[in-house]
Design a protein around this ligand. Structure first.
Ligand code: AMP
Ligand code: MG
Length: 505
């Protein structure tokens, strides 16, 4: 019965489902600002459903930093989420188009085996893109299968996390899941999916994509998005575009100086692997140097040493020039003037890099202030290390902590003579505590050495993660003297077969 005389026939088809508790046990808070990027660079893409997902490793420390709740969830649930078998609410799954210079040659590329499932916003209002690597084909897969194997995904997990704790900007790793499927490479391998976390996946190659298409309007949209996301302080500046080039140059110089500091060789510094955020991205053929050799190259396909240790700053500058070229149409309506502006800007690289590199080396050696003889002192040490095949990490470790490593190489006359010169230099400026402090902050006592990572991966293949977990634990405090880690600190004996790394595995 009606309490009133009248009856309103209202529409009840609208759905208030958003008031219901959703199954968001993980507490994702997706915002997905990337959806405002030009549509022609986004491809909606769902991850493949996999056969038998199984948790290999979950990064609880990172999940806590992100404000996620993974601790109380069972493995079956986590495996289903981090394999992409069940996508969380609010997830908008996309792959991105980009281009890039690979070993100097321009190509149209794109996310061939990665799918971003959402941008998670933390309580501090920081956005992190959550991306699956190895979850199947996308519009950009070309001849690839879109899949990934367990070894390389776990390797990225270990090395990217090690980089983070070395205080080097990097993408991070939240999870590795086995898919229960086979991946065909040279042999049959176990399939896996890595969950990568990055402030964004914008690369120099993303800009090259629009420049190649001569699409200035979308290029501008992309630039505004990038500035809002990564460099909001530039917003009200004059010469916005020149300032963006300058900012990226600063970020990349800082990054490469950090790589040089710890002996990291990225291995595939193509322009599509240089991130606008200044984070290290794309852990493929990367490796850490044991014995100091500036020409160190590990990548099996880098025949000419384009991406060798000593060449990393030059290549960064080369990549930055490719970035600046994309912005030429926006720099000035007079093309010649625009080219000159960009060229002069990029040529500032050398001086800036050299200053920062010198500063970094001074820190490693605890030298306070600037003295004329510093550069010679530094180069003499590097040359000694090179000639004597001394371990890079352990040489600086030996100078920082007298007894860290007991190797007869550090008792050699020429080393002791160099040390005397160094000690005299240290006494020039008041040092003591400050010297010691900068050295301890600059010189890791442990790094993810290639033979250790390989060994951990080999046992992880059999399902035993003890070595991996130990390595990760020790690498989470690389600047702290830890007990019983000598086996992780010793340089390996030179092998007859040189260590090689591989791309796209
Ligand atoms: P990278 O050397 O990892 O930077 O990869 C270069 C390009 O190859 C990128 O566009 C990747 O997305 C793509 N790629 C690498 N591996 C695969 C794969 N297994 N399937 C499809 N695309 C791939
Ligand atoms: Mg790449």
């Amino acid at each position: 019965t009606n309490s009133s005389l009248y009856h309103l026939d209202i529409n009840l088809s609208i759905n208030y489902i958003y008031l219901m508790a959703v199954d968001n046990k993980i507490e994702w808070n997706f915002n997905n600002t990337y959806l405002s990027l030009p549509k022609i660079m986004l491809s909606e893409q769902k991850p493949d459903i996999v056969d038998k997902p199984e948790v290999v490793i979950i990064n609880h420390a990172l999940s806590k930093e992100l404000g996620l709740n993974l601790l109380d969830l069972d493995d079956e649930y986590l495996a289903s989420v981090f394999s992409g078998n069940s996508l969380p609410d609010g997830s908008k799954t996309i792959s991105m188009a980009y281009a890039g210079h690979q070993f100097g040659h321009f190509t149209i590329l794109g996310d061939g085996r990665t799918i971003t499932i959402g941008e998670h916003v933390t309580q501090n209002n920081q956005g992190f893109e959550i991306q699956f690597k190895g979850s199947g084909k996308t519009k950009f897969s070309r001849d690839g299968d879109g899949k990934a194997a367990l070894g390389p995904m776990l390797r990225e997990y270990i090395i990217s996390e090690a980089m983070h704790y070395l205080n080097i900007p990097t993408t991070r790793s939240l999870a590795v899941i086995k898919t229960g499927e086979k991946v065909i490479r040279e042999t049959e391998l176990k399939g896996a999916i890595l969950t990568r976390v990055a402030t964004s996946h914008l690369r120099v190659g993303t800009f090259q994509y629009f420049a190649y298409k001569k699409d200035d309007s979308n290029l501008k949209t992309l630039i505004n998005f990038t500035i809002n996301k990564h460099y909001p302080s530039l917003k009200n500046k004059e010469n916005l575009y020149l300032n963006l080039i300058d900012k990226l140059m600063e970020k990349q110089i800082d990054l490469i100086v950090n790589w040089m500091r710890v002996g990291f060789i990225h291995g595939v510094m193509n322009t599509d692997n240089m991130a606008l955020s200044g984070e290290t991205i794309d852990y493929g053929p990367c490796a850490f140097m044991d014995q100091y050799d500036p020409k160190s190259v590990f990548s099996s396909i880098d025949h000419f040493g384009r991406y060798a240790y000593y060449n990393q700053p030059s290549i960064a500058k080369w990549n930055l020039a490719r970035f600046a070229e994309c912005l030429i149409p926006l720099l000035d309506s007079n093309k010649d003037k625009a080219i000159k502006l960009a060229t002069d800007k990029i040529n500032e690289f050398d001086k800036n890099y050299e200053n920062k590199w010198l500063g970094m080396m001074r820190d490693k050696l605890g030298m306070i202030g600037n003295q004329k003889e510093d550069e010679v002192l530094i180069l003499d040490l590097l040359q000694w290390m090179h000639i004597n095949k001394a371990d890079y990490t352990n040489t600086f470790g030996n100078l920082t902590y007298e007894n860290m490593i007991n190797d007869k190489i550090f008792h050699k006359d020429d080393f002791l003579k160099w040390k005397e010169r160094w000690k005299i230099r240290l006494s020039v400026n008041n040092n003591g505590k400050t010297s010691e402090k900068t050295m301890k902050k600059s010189n890791p006592v442990v790094i993810p050495r290639n033979h250790l990572v390989e060994d951990a991966l080999k046992t992880a293949e059999t399902g035993d993660l003890e070595k991996t977990n130990r390595l990760l634990k020790v690498l989470s405090e690389p600047y702290k003297i830890q007990s019983s880690i000598q086996d992780l600190q010793t340089s390996p004996k030179p092998n007859k077969i040189p260590y090689k790394t591989f791309c796209g595995t």
